[in-house]
Unconditional design. Structure first.
Length: 564
C-alpha cells in the first residue's frame, strides 16, 4: 500500500483517495465540442462545472493517447501524445488545470500490458531491429501451428503470425494489441519513463490496465483446455508479477501523493487481498470483479441464458467478502467494459428511478473508494442493437465472428441475444445531456448509436427534477463527504439469507449507520437482528423515509439510511 497517508487527530489514517468519489469518463462518449461525432477533451472541459456540481473528487480518464483506435484507445501507439480526435496536449493541460482549480484530481489510464501494433516499438520489433527485437513476446515456428494453445480474452487464438518477421507474437487481447515482454529490463525502463513523464505533468494517479497479465509463465506451456479462456492460468498472475509491481513502485509510483488502482481481471478475492495488503507494490486498491460477473458462464461470458436470474444472497456473500477482507476496496457497479449497472442489477423499465437510486445508495455507502461510471448518475440503461453494423466493440465483434466460424450462427438474429446481453458498447453509447438533437452530445453524427430513451433520461431533465437519480447521487456524495462512518466504518452484513433485503451496518467508534435495501420489485418486511430503537432516518430514495426500520415493509427497490 502507498505510504503517503496521514493520521488525523481522530486516529484515522487518511489519504485523499480514501475520501474521494471517483468518476470515470470514457472520452469518446462524454461530450463532443467540435461536431465530428467523437467526444474530446474540450468537451470534458465544457462540463467540469457539471462534475463539480455532482460532487466528484477525482476523474479517471480512459485513454486519450495516440491510437489507431482498434480497441478505442486501449491500443496505444504513442504514450506521450494526445490522439488528435481528442485534441492536443494543451487541451489535456487545460482540463488538468480546470479540475485542480476545483480541488478535483485526475487519474490517467496506464496501459502497460500491451501496445498497439502501430507503435514504433512494435514496428521496429517486427523488423528485428535491436534493441526492440525483444520488446514483445515472439516465437518462431510453423506458420500453421501457434506456439501453444492459449486463447485470447477477446476470443480466438492468443497468437498471430507476422509475415515480416516470420514469427508468432502473443496478444492476450486483440491481435492489434501485442503483449510487451516484461522480462526485458529495457521494456520496464521505457514504462518507468512514461509514468515519470505523466506524473511530472501533474497526473494525480493511475488506473493500471490489465495489471494481472504483465507476467507470463516461464516457457509458455500449453494451457488446460477445460479452462476458459485456455491458457489464462499462464498469462495471468505470473511468477514475476510481484517483482514487477515492486519495481514500478520503487522507481515511480512511490514518488509523490499518487493514487494507484489496478484492474485485475481473473483475480480472486484472496489474491486481491494479498496485492492490496502487501507493502511496497504501490497498489492502493484493486478492482475485483466477482460481483459484476455474478451468474456468468465460465465457458462463455456472452451466454445470455447464464445470467437470466442472479441470486441476491450470492451477491451479498461476494460483496461482504470484498468489504471485510480487502484492506481498502474499490466498489464499482459499472465501467466501460460492462453493461449498464441499472440494466444488470436493477429494473430499467418499471422501477427505473427506484432501482437506479438504490444502486447509488449501495455504491456510496460501502467501505472503500467508490467509482461512478459516466451516465450512472442519471440512470443510463442498456441500448438494443438491431444489426451488427451498429456494434463497434472489438470484443463483441470477435465473439460474433467466432460463433460464425463455428457454424453456431447464420444471421445476426442468432447472436442478437448474446450481443445485447454482454456487449461493452452498452456502456459506451454517448452521454445523454439533453432531449435535443443527438442527446446534446454532438452536432455531427455520433460515432456510436444513441439510446432511444435519451428524450426521457438526460442531464437537463435530471437537473430540473428535485427527485431525480442525479439529485440522489449529489445528496449521497455530500453525505459521504460529511460522515466518516460511510468512508472508514467497519462493514457488517445483516440477514445474509434474505432473498429480497440487503441490509448492513457501518460502524466507526460509537457511530453506526444502518443501510436497508429492498433489492426486489415486491414489498419486503425488515425484521432487524440488531437493536434499532434509537436510529434516526437520514436519507432514502422515496419521498418519505420510514421513520423506524424494524417491522417496516419496504417498498419495491426502496433504499434507506439510518443513523444510530
Amino acid at each position: 500500500m502507498d505510504t503517503h497517508v496521514e493520521t488525523g487527530d481522530d486516529g484515522i489514517d487518511r489519504a485523499w483517495w480514501n475520501e474521494a468519489v471517483v468518476y470515470q469518463i470514457y472520452p469518446r462518449s462524454f461530450n463532443d465540442s467540435d461536431g465530428d461525432g467523437v467526444g474530446d477533451l474540450s468537451g470534458i472541459v465544457e462540463n467540469v462545472e457539471y462534475l463539480d456540481e455532482v460532487g466528484i473528487d477525482a476523474v479517471w480518464l480512459s485513454p486519450v493517447y495516440e491510437s489507431p483506435g482498434e480497441d478505442n484507445g486501449y491500443d496505444i501507439s504513442d504514450y506521450r501524445a494526445i490522439d488528435n480526435q481528442y485534441g492536443e496536449m494543451a487541451d489535456w493541460e487545460t482540463l488538468l488545470a480546470e479540475l485542480h482549480d476545483r480541488d478535483m484530481r485526475l487519474i490517467m489510464d496506464l496501459v502497460i500490458n500491451h501496445t498497439a501494433d502501430e507503435h514504433e516499438w512494435f514496428q521496429r520489433s517486427r523488423a528485428g531491429e535491436e534493441p526492440y527485437d525483444d520488446y514483445y513476446i515472439w516465437r518462431e515456428g510453423n506458420p500453421e501451428e501457434p506456439p501453444n494453445n492459449w486463447e485470447s480474452i477477446f476470443g480466438g487464438p492468443a497468437w498471430s503470425y507476422d509475415a515480416q518477421r516470420e514469427a508468432w507474437y502473443l496478444h492476450v487481447f486483440d491481435e492489434s494489441q501485442p503483449d510487451l515482454n516484461w522480462r526485458n529490463p529495457d521494456v520496464r525502463r521505457e514504462i518507468t519513463d512514461v509514468i515519470r513523464w505523466w506524473h511530472k505533468k501533474g497526473t494525480d494517479g493511475f488506473r493500471i490496465d490489465a495489471a494481472s497479465h504483465i507476467s507470463k509463465t516461464d516457457g509458455l506451456p500449453d494451457g488446460d483446455p477445460d479452462t476458459h479462456p485456455t491458457g489464462i492460468a499462464h498469462y495471468s498472475h505470473g511468477p514475476r508479477l510481484d517483482a514487477y509491481l515492486d519495481e514500478l513502485h520503487e522507481r515511480t509510483l512511490g514518488d509523490g501523493n499518487v493514487m494507484t488502482v489496478a484492474e485485475m481481471g481473473h483475480t480472486t478475492i484472496e489474491q486481491a487481498t494479498e496485492y492490496v495488503a502487501r507493502e511496497g507494490n504501490g497498489l492502493d486498491t484493486v478492482f475485483q470483479f466477482d460481483h459484476v460477473g455474478i451468474g456468468d458462464s465460465p465457458e462463455d461470458l456472452f451466454d445470455p441464458e447464464a445470467s437470466d436470474e442472479w441470486d441476491l444472497t450470492a451477491l451479498k456473500a461476494i460483496v461482504t467478502r470484498q468489504q471485510t477482507e480487502i484492506p481498502w476496496p474499490a466498489p464499482f457497479l459499472g465501467n466501460h467494459d460492462l453493461p449498464r449497472a441499472v440494466s444488470l442489477f436493477g429494473d430499467d423499465e418499471q422501477y427505473h428511478r427506484e432501482s437506479a437510486t438504490l444502486l447509488a445508495t449501495f455504491l456510496l455507502t460501502l467501505r472503500g473508494t467508490p467509482f461512478v461510471y459516466q451516465g450512472e448518475e442519471i440512470g443510463m440503461t442498456n441500448v438494443t442493437f438491431e444489426r451488427l453494423e451498429e456494434v463497434e466493440d472489438v470484443m463483441t465483434v470477435s465473439h460474433v465472428e467466432e460463433h460464425d466460424a463455428e457454424g453456431v450462427a447464420d444471421s445476426f438474429e442468432d447472436v442478437k441475444g448474446m450481443v445485447n446481453y454482454r456487449s461493452r458498447d452498452h456502456s459506451r453509447t454517448p452521454m445523454q445531456w439533453t432531449d435535443g438533437t443527438n442527446a446534446g452530445f454532438t452536432e455531427g453524427d455520433p460515432w456510436l448509436k444513441l439510446n432511444d430513451n435519451y428524450r426521457e433520461i438526460n442531464v437537463e431533465a435530471a437537473r430540473a427534477d428535485s427527485n431525480s437519480v442525479l439529485d440522489h447521487y449529489r445528496d449521497l456524495i455530500d453525505l459521504r463527504h460529511e460522515w466518516d462512518v460511510l468512508v472508514y466504518g467497519d462493514y457488517e452484513l445483516l440477514l445474509p439469507d434474505h432473498e429480497q433485503l440487503y441490509a448492513y451496518t457501518r460502524t466507526l467508534g460509537e457511530e453506526r449507520a444502518l443501510i436497508v435495501l429492498n433489492w426486489s420489485a415486491e414489498p419486503a418486511t425488515f425484521e432487524s437482528p440488531v437493536p434499532t430503537h434509537d436510529v434516526d432516518p437520514v436519507a432514502g430514495n422515496y419521498m418519505d423515509v420510514p421513520s423506524a426500520p424494524d417491522g417496516t415493509t419496504f417498498r419495491p427497490y426502496e433504499a434507506a439510511i439510518y443513523r444510530d
